[in-house]
Design a protein around this ligand. Structure first.
Ligand code: AMP
Length: 283
């Protein structure tokens, strides 16, 4: 175990278990893939406010990437991440090598049903199996009272809630609001891949979602009309190549005909080689 300014860095399951045995309860868990930004810092702040001990995990999970280049090119800077964790007052950082999470004889996949099959699940085969599997492992290893996830990945939160409920995992799953740049772009580790023109263009995601929301606030209830509003705004940006545009039921993520209850506006859009997602819930 090493330490940076009061933050302990743990590499193995055993080191983590020993550190947790001495940790004050309750424990809050913030799972990340590193390249930490303001979105992660908000999750850490919330965990610190709610818990006596905060554990951040930094693990670029190979099983949740469905494109090999996305995995190899995912940004990594562990030293910088550890400094951020120390500055933010994180108590324990678990940053294991891949074989510590997936030993050679590892042979289990956690696969969530309906809610994991739509949207990101349909666009990225295997993605949510990878997410649910690694989060189940982390929940088991840390045994936290609470865990914190970003609303930016709204479907991910729903998949993890379903998994935790079904597998009788006692860790409480909390969702935190999306942290954004001044022009509305959601903070994301992948934003670093955008060139300046793509970065400027990417603000169209938020504009599209807000236009859809405004249309709904003005009384529009046709889901297809709201989808078209999102598509029309995206079409004003030549660098934006939409993957999907969705107006879905807020609890099942099934595409809606009419928006009569809680709903989720969501989209996935490519800018060059970079694929970005964002969403806006409707009450
Ligand atoms: P990642 O490192 O991208 O896997 O994200 C780790 C956690 O941070 C996930 O729960 C994400 O939903 C959350 N997160 C990522 N970006 C943001 C953001 N802009 N605002 C709030 N949470 C975020």
């Amino acid at each position: 175990m090493t330490e940076v300014a009061g933050t302990s860095i743990l590499r193995t399951r055993r080191e983590l278990r020993d550190a947790l045995a001495a940790a004050r309860r309750p424990v809050g868990l913030v799972p990340t893939m590193g390249w930490l930004h303001g979105g992660h810092r908000a999750l850490i702040a919330r965990s610190r406010a709610d818990n006596a001990t905060t554990v951040v995990t930094i693990f670029v999970n190979p099983r949740q990437f469905n494109e090999a280049t996305d995995y190899t090119q995912y940004p990594r800077d562990e030293r910088r991440d550890l400094e951020i964790c120390a500055t933010e007052g994180v108590d324990l950082v678990f940053a294991p090598p891949a074989e510590e999470i997936y030993p050679p004889d590892f042979d289990t996949t956690v696969s969530v049903g309906a809610v994991a099959q739509l949207l990101e699940g349909a666009a990225r085969p295997g993605h949510f199996d990878g997410v649910a599997t690694v989060v189940a492992i982390l929940f088991g290893l840390v045994g936290a009272e609470r865990a914190y996830f970003g609303q930016k990945d709204a479907q991910q939160v729903m998949v993890i809630r379903q998994m935790a409920r079904d597998l009788a995992i006692l860790t409480e799953v909390n969702a935190c609001p999306t942290v954004r740049e001044p022009d509305g772009l959601a903070l994301s580790s992948r934003n670093v891949h955008l060139d300046p023109a793509e970065r400027a263009a990417a603000a169209v995601l938020r504009r599209a979602l807000l236009a859809g929301r405004a249309h709904w606030e003005a009384g529009e209830r046709s889901a297809e009309t709201i989808r078209q509003t999102l598509r029309d705004v995206l079409a004003t940006e030549p660098l934006a190549r939409p993957d999907y545009v969705s107006v879905a039921d807020g609890s099942t993520l099934e595409e809606l005909d009419r928006v009569d209850g809680p709903a989720l506006l969501s989209l996935a859009v490519r800018f060059g080689a970079t694929r970005l997602i964002d969403n806006e819930p409707l009450p």
